[in-house]
Design a protein around this ligand. Structure first.
Ligand code: GAL
Length: 331
């Protein structure tokens, strides 16, 4: 009898373990949810993983790289099947990747590339192209004049990519003497306050400004606030990114010219599919559209396209795709 009991308990443990394997557990390390878009990223990612019978453990670092490191340690010690990281600081995140890989946990870099690390996959929007689109739109409206560039934090690889995109378009025009860059800086955080301070500094110097290109809508919003204080809002072109509600409202008001809308749902769904595939031991290479050199290896990647949103196409873009609801904009 004892032997039978023992046999059954062993069998139970086996079944439990087998059960665990069937339910992939994905760790999702986020920078912040203070900016609207990241809530959409999180919800779409969780939805898609759960649809495929997986579970997600979400951790939000509140933009603190040390907190993200500790959260990563927790998930690695818990032995999650895959780690998906939106890095706060790409150098600290490269350390996280090292720890994860030492424990054979695959890592997907989401939205922001983790350079110089052994990541397994990267899902994002083509950030250089996003920067080019912002600059192309504004220079089409104003092919001459004084431009201000407000870049995101340098701990985020996207900040460099966007800047590269801006300069791809602007540099030839600067060389011709058509455009002057009267202010250009990578700020510390992706927050409105940083955009405001940067813009205020430029305006306090007494510079005339024709156009502002900002890395995201929060920075653009801060810049608009500074322009308002100088009664310049609506007279200066402003480009942002992320299609935040406030930005869309500003576009309708005429204080912001464009934003770039990233296909968040598609990015998050793709990342979820890849995570589940990897967790099940399958190769996600059929999903990839590119390889990207992150300084360590050629990383299989999915890079989607952003879309410019201006006053004319709001309904055809963010509204028709369900990214924002009409009531949210006009309430
Ligand atoms: C960047 C991203 C932007 C914006 C920003 C702030 O990495 O490229 O689209 O979302 O983070 O959260």
């Amino acid at each position: 009898m004892k032997q039978i009991k023992f046999f059954f308990s062993i069998l139970m443990v086996f079944l439990l373990l087998a059960g665990c394997k069937q339910k992939p557990e994905i760790g999702f390390l986020m920078d912040t949810i203070a900016r609207e878009r990241w809530i959409k990223d999180r919800d779409a990612f969780v939805e898609k993983v759960e649809e495929q019978k997986g579970t997600v453990i979400v951790k939000v670092a509140e933009s603190d790289p040390d907190v993200q490191f500790k959260q990563a340690l927790e998930l690695i010690n818990r032995d999650v099947d895959v780690l998906v990281i939106i890095p706060v600081d790409m150098v600290v995140a490269a350390g996280i990747v090292k720890m994860a890989k030492n424990k054979n946990i695959p890592v997907i870099s989401y939205d922001r590339l983790i350079r110089d690390s052994d990541i397994d996959f990267f899902v994002s929007t083509d950030n250089i192209t996003v920067g080019e689109e912002q600059a192309r739109f504004l220079t089409t409206v104003s092919p001459t004049g004084n431009y201000v560039l407000i870049g995101g934090p340098t701990i985020d690889n996207n900040s460099y990519q966007l800047y590269l995109g801006w300069m791809n378009i602007l540099q030839p025009m600067v060389d011709k003497g058509d455009i002057n860059i009267v202010g250009s800086k990578f700020v510390d955080r992706w927050e409105p306050q940083d955009g405001y301070t940067m813009m205020k500094e430029v305006l306090e110097k007494g510079e005339t400004v024709d156009a502002v290109i900002a890395g995201n809508d929060a920075l653009a919003g801060g810049a608009i606030q500074a322009l308002e204080e100088y009664e310049l809002a609506g007279k200066v072109l402003v480009a942002g990114q992320d299609a935040d509600i406030t930005a869309i409202r500003n576009i309708i008001l005429g204080t912001q010219t464009i934003t770039v809308y990233k296909p968040i749902e598609s990015m998050a769904y793709n990342a979820a599919d890849v995570a589940i595939k990897i967790a099940k031991g399958k190769k996600p290479s059929d999903n990839m559209s590119f390889t990207i050199n992150n300084g360590h290896r050629l990383v299989p990647s999915i890079l989607l396209d952003g879309q410019v949103v201006n006053k004319q196409n709001i309904r055809m873009t963010v509204i028709s795709e369900g990214f924002v609801a009409e009531q949210e904009i006009f309430e």
